[in-house]
Write a protein that binds this ligand. Structure first.
Ligand SMILES: [Zn+2]
Length: 79
């Protein structure tokens, strides 16, 4: 697991690709640059959830490339 909590959380989130896709679909910008997924408070796009989902998506893509090459996923994403 990654040392920094944000990356570690993204790696865990990548275990549920359906949720990653849903977050990316929900946390999109309005025409004036706010994230449309937050009720009761405003957050600029990209919000922290969107950035987390994007990092998870990047991690997922790395895992899929690793599987395609037959490389152990942990080795492929190790830093
Ligand atoms: Zn958001």
């Amino acid at each position: 697991m990654a040392d920094d909590p944000f990356t570690a959380c993204a790696e865990q989130l990548a275990a549920t690709p359906k949720l990653v896709r849903q977050l990316l679909e929900d946390h999109t910008p309005t025409s004036d640059g706010w994230c449309r997924a937050h009720d009761g408070h405003a957050e600029r796009h990209p919000c922290s959830i969107r950035r987390l989902a994007e990092l998870a998506h990047t991690h997922l893509a790395a895992l899929e490339r690793a599987r395609g090459r037959g490389v152990a996923p942990r080795a492929a994403v190790a830093r």
